[in-house]
Structure formats: structure tokens, C-alpha cells
Design a protein around this ligand. Structure first.
Ligand code: PLP
Length: 428
């Protein structure tokens, strides 16, 4: 079933296949993302907002990574989206994992991931979480300060410490360097301190910032990492790990930055500063989060209320939907995103969303608001949409990164469920 064949049909007249699909399971669908959307909204009393996650998209991103960056093993940054099926799939595909806490370590260990394929990539860790890592055999962990080295010496003498260095993240949406990363003036002294304490520093990591907007940042950071490798060598330390962090764009990223361009710059920088001829002993890993999941999740929201505001230039509409800034759209606050909707149903009829969106210039001035009583809970402050009714559905694509993981239940609203599809038969 395609959008064209179903366009403008009342929901209750959806093809039986889609109805059956909805009835068979509300959590899994064997069809496409579009079919799963149609099926879910066709269910009797459908109202709750929901995600459709395509595990096949995660697999395609994994395959693209292997093709364009074969030298770099991806360690998925669990914090970005700890969805259990995403983690299970990536574990099966052979990814490693970047964990930020004991709970994330527990989740990936539970999937049978080998401790050697896990990095505890947080430079400032609670003592009890370090003890848990030790008890679980997880050895790789980052640091950027001397106190953390003392913690490792005392709580995890077998740790393989990774020095997180500061890089230029001025062109990124989330500048993590404000909080973490050893400045270049401090790295030599930190290496000396580690030596004195007997902590084994095995490598260097960096993060160019999440939502990085310039591929050049990766090249520059690899060069800085090489300087620290040279410092270590001058102290007689032989490093074996380079961790190039996260910051890779998802498919269709709003920044316009393409993964292929980042991969090409990064691969060239690795060849230049860590040529295989001299650095074959160095394992190169990365910590992508957004890259794997952003495009795999779409969020459907229902218009639960609306307000028509009379204006001199015609009516404007305020639409109130059932997920918002305190829920999945926290990415507006925390991840600096500007989500933009497409129309799934208009006046109760299924529409060909992309075609209608193209003609939306002829619609009405509209804003889209979340469900809570707070006025900060605004998803789209201004845009043009056709006139929609209470009960209509909007869809936001590219909602897989930094959304569900930080959603709250503020005002008593539930966190949106996930319906899974698997367009590559990757897992289901
Ligand atoms: N690694 C670390 C240490 C992070 O803090 C983050 C994000 O905050 C990531 C990896 C993932 O970054 P991204 O989703 O931009 O790839």
C-alpha cells in the first residue's frame, strides 16, 4: 500500500492488510514505516503519540559506516537512544558501545557484549560506577584530570585509561568542550601523573561536539591526538587506542553535513597522522550516537486541541499535540533542534503528506504546541499548515537522537511508545 493509493481515504476505509497489521501487534509491524503509521492511527480510539522505529535503517547506517570508515570500529553512544532493540541489533552487528554510567554498562553487558568492546566514556565517574566496571571486566575508561587518575588507581588498578583531549568544537550544536577535555597545555603533565601513579594510559579520545557542522573539525582533532601520542612516546609510553568520539551527522541531518564528507576527511586525517605503516598496533574506534538512530525514528503526534485566532490577515491556528518539549521534543531545548512536521491526516482524511507539505505555502499561519500547561512547551512557533482538525495526525521524521532518552512525564503525560518495523529483516 502506498500513500498515493490511500490518499484521501477515510481512516476506517484503509485496506484490510493495514487494519490487520494493526490488529496483529501494536508493537511490531512487518511493513514499511508508512504502513506502520497508517496501521497505528487506524486502530480504534488511536490517540496517543507514538514513534515508528525502523531497525532496517539502523542496519543500513551500520553498513554505510563499514563501507566508508573500515578502519574505525563504531562504539554506539548508548546515551543517544538506549532503545533495547537498537542496542540488541547493534550488538548483533558487532558494534562496540560507549557507556556513560553503570546502568548503561549493565544494559549492554546484558546483551552479551564483550567488555573489550565497551568503553566507559565519561571523564568524571562516580566511585560506585567505577567499581561496577571493574567487577564486570570493563577496563577502557576516559579521564581528563588528575583526580580521576587517582580514582582509577584506587578503585580500578587494571583500568586502561584513555586521555580525553580538548578539540575545537566551536562549530558544533553541543559544545562538550565547555565541560570536558584536557587542554593541550595539560596533557604532558597528566601523562606524567599517570606514570607516577602506575595507571596504564592506553590512548587518546576526543569529541568534536555533538551536531558537528564541519568535517574539518575531525581532521584537526586527529592531528591534536597525534601530538599527545608523541608526548606519550617521549615518556616511553606506547599507546594503542585512538577514539575519535561522536559528532557524526545522521542521514538527512538539518546541518546539511553529509556523513560521506566527514568520513572522507577523517579517513584522510588518519592516513596522514596515523599511517597504517607505523600505527598498525593502534585500534581506532569512534563513539557515534546520532549517526545510527536519528533517521530511524519518526514520531506521530495527535492534535488534541486547537485554537483559532482571528488576525487582520486571516485566521491563525494554534494546534496542541500530545507530545512536547517536556517529552520527546526535549531535543529542542537540549539538542538545539528545529523539528518540522508533515501532515499525515487532514480533516480526518489520509493525505499524501509530502505533496501537501509542498503546497503548504497556501495554508494558514500555524503554531504547534506540546500538551503541558507551560508556554515554553512550543514545538513549532510559526509555520504554514493546511487547516487541520482535532484528531488529525502530524509526523516528525528524524526523531531518533536525544529524544526519548531525556523525556519526562511532566504534567502526568506518558512517554511515547515505540512501534518497530524492520525493513531489512535485521532483527525481527
Ligand atoms: N561520546 C560522548 C562522550 C558523548 O558525550 C556523546 C554525546 O554527548 C557521544 C559520544 C555521542 O555524540 P553524537 O551523538 O553526536 O555522535
Amino acid at each position: 500500500a502506498t500513500a498515493a493509493t490511500n490518499a484521501d481515504r477515510p481512516l476506517h476505509e484503509l485496506p484490510p492488510k493495514l487494519q490487520a497489521c494493526a490488529a496483529a501487534s501494536s508493537r511490531q509491524s512487518s511493513g514499511s514505516v508508512r504502513q506502520a503509521l497508517y496501521a497505528a492511527i487506524a486502530q480504534p480510539d488511536a490517540e496517543d503519540a507514538f514513534f515508528v522505529a525502523d531497525l532496517g535503517e539502523v542496519q543500513r547506517q551500520f553498513a554505510q559506516w563499514a563501507q566508508l570508515l573500515p578502519r574505525v570500529q563504531p562504539f554506539f553512544a548508548v546515551k543517544c537512544n538506549p532503545d533495547p532493540l537498537v542496542v540488541k541489533l547493534l550488538a548483533r552487528l558487532g558494534a562496540g558501545f560507549d557507556c556513560a554510567s553503570k546502568a548503561e554498562l549493565q544494559q549492554v553487558l546484558h546483551e552479551g557484549v564483550a567488555p573489550q568492546n565497551i568503553i566507559y566514556a565519561h571523564p568524571c565517574k562516580p566511585a560506585s560506577h567505577v567499581r561496577f566496571a571493574r567487577a564486570s571486566g570493563v577496563e577502557m575508561m576516559t579521564f581528563d584530570n588528575a583526580d580521576e587518575l587517582i580514582k582509577m588507581q584506587q578503585l580500578h588498578p587494571g583500568a586502561k585509561a584513555v586521555l580525553r583531549i580538548l578539540t575545537d568544537d566551536s562549530g558544533s550544536l553541543c559544545q562538550l568542550g565547555l565541560k570536558f577535555g584536557a587542554a593541550s597545555e595539560s596533557t604532558l603533565e597528566l601523562l606524567r601523573t599517570a606514570q607516577r601513579l602506575g595507571v596504564d594510559v592506553v590512548g587518546v579520545s576526543f569529541h568534536v561536539g555533538s551536531g558537528c557542522q564541519s568535517e574539518a573539525a575531525f581532521g584537526d582533532a586527529v592531528m591534536r591526538a597525534r601530538c599527545v601520542f608523541d608526548q606519550a612516546a617521549s615518556l616511553g609510553m606506547r599507546m594503542t587506542l585512538l577514539d575519535v568520539g561522536g559528532g557524526f551527522p545522521g542521514r538527512g541531518d538539518q546541518s546539511g553535513l553529509a556523513f560521506a564528507d566527514v568520513a572522507s576527511v577523517l579517513a584522510a586525517a588518519l592516513d596522514c597522522h596515523f599511517p597504517v605503516s607505523h600505527y598498525s598496533h593502534v585500534r581506532v574506534i569512534a563513539e557515534p550516537g546520532r549517526y545510527f538512530v536519528a533517521s530511524a525514528f519518526s514520531l506521530a503526534v495527535n492534535i488534541v486541541a486547537r485554537r483559532c485566532v482571528a488576525r487582520a490577515d486571516g485566521p491563525a491556528f494554534m494546534y496542541y499535540v500530545n507530545d512536547g518539549v517536556y517529552g520527546s521534543f526535549n531535543c529542542i531545548m537540549f539538542d538545539h533542534q528545529h523539528p518540522s512536521p508533515r501532515v499525515l491526516t487532514c480533516a480526518g482524511q489520509l493525505v499524501d503528506a509530502h505533496a501537501k507539505a509542498a503546497s503548504s505555502a497556501s495554508g494558514f499561519e500555524s503554531s504547534v504546541w506540546g500538551p503541558t500547561c507551560d508556554s515554553i512547551d512550543c514545538i513549532v512557533p510559526s509555520g504554514r499548515l493546511p487547516e487541520l482538525q482535532v484528531g488529525d495526525w502530524l509526523v516528525f521524521d528524524g526523531m531518533g537522537a536525544y529524544t526519548i532518552c531525556a523525556a519526562s512525564r511532566f504534567n502526568g503525560f506518558k512517554i511515547s511508545d515505540v512501534v518497530y518495523v524492520d525493513t531489512e529483516h535485521a532483527l525481527l
